[in-house]
Write a protein that binds this ligand. Structure first.
Ligand code: HEC
Ligand code: HEC
Length: 151
């Protein structure tokens, strides 16, 4: 076999493969499935997002030191370095006109117990401690009993 013949055989082989490969790829595409084993374009498996009941009165506390639960929706209430939506209603200067509970005096104390004129940075990010409530099903059981010392 001359070198020229070998070269043209190789070319012919390459051309056949070039046609064959895309057809094979198109075949396997039909069988694509997600890791969850469902059709990729099937209905969403996302559970319904639990609803936050809006605007109720203060919720009972279960132990003396408990940060009170938030009895209203807080979606889109921003807390950033420069702006705190919660303080729009809960700050001492706004509470009377908005009807919101004033933030506690403990929120004006720094970690060494010094009293401050404004909210302490320790208490600035309200949702570190205060949480809104939803009607979500508990993910794990618990045996917590309400404190009996609470009057
Ligand atoms: C538009 C005004 C408004 C904004 C903004 C607001 N609140 Fe309130 N909040 C209220 C009112 C009014 C109540 C009182 C409900 C009641 O007791 O009847 C309340 C109640 C609460 C309570 C319960 C207090 C208690 O004694 O049980 C907490 C905790 C609370 N809010 C936290 C927050 C947090 C945290 C934010 C920001 C993420 C926030 N609120 C934003 C109006 C507001
Ligand atoms: C580090 C946890 C923590 C952070 C952060 C925090 N709180 Fe509290 N908050 C508490 C605890 C604990 C109580 C109940 C005991 C007390 O009064 O200190 C409370 C009480 C309250 C009360 C009820 C006051 C009363 O007189 O019954 C309101 C309203 C409140 N917080 C709002 C806020 C708001 C608004 C912010 C953000 C600016 C905030 N808190 C940040 C822990 C926190």
């Amino acid at each position: 076999m001359t070198i020229r013949k070998v070269a043209s055989l190789c070319l012919a082989l390459a051309a056949t493969l070039a046609f064959a490969l895309p057809i094979q790829a198109a075949d396997t595409q039909v069988a694509v499935r997600s890791l969850r084993g469902t059709d990729v374009i099937g209905p969403s498996l996302e559970p319904d997002v639990p609803k936050v009941p809006n605007d109720r009165g203060a919720l009972p506390r279960d132990f003396v030191q408990q940060p009170p639960l938030i009895p209203h929706d807080i979606r889109n209430y921003q807390i950033t370095k420069n702006f705190n939506k919660c303080l729009d209603c809960h700050s001492w200067s706004r509470a009377q006109e908005t009807g919101a509970t004033k933030i506690s005096v403990t929120h004006f104390r720094d970690r060494d117990g010094h009293e401050l004129a404004g909210v302490s940075t320790r208490r600035y990010f309200c949702v570190q401690c205060h949480v809104a409530q939803t009607d979500a099903r508990p993910l794990v059981g618990n045996t917590f009993q309400k404190s009996t010392g609470l009057q």
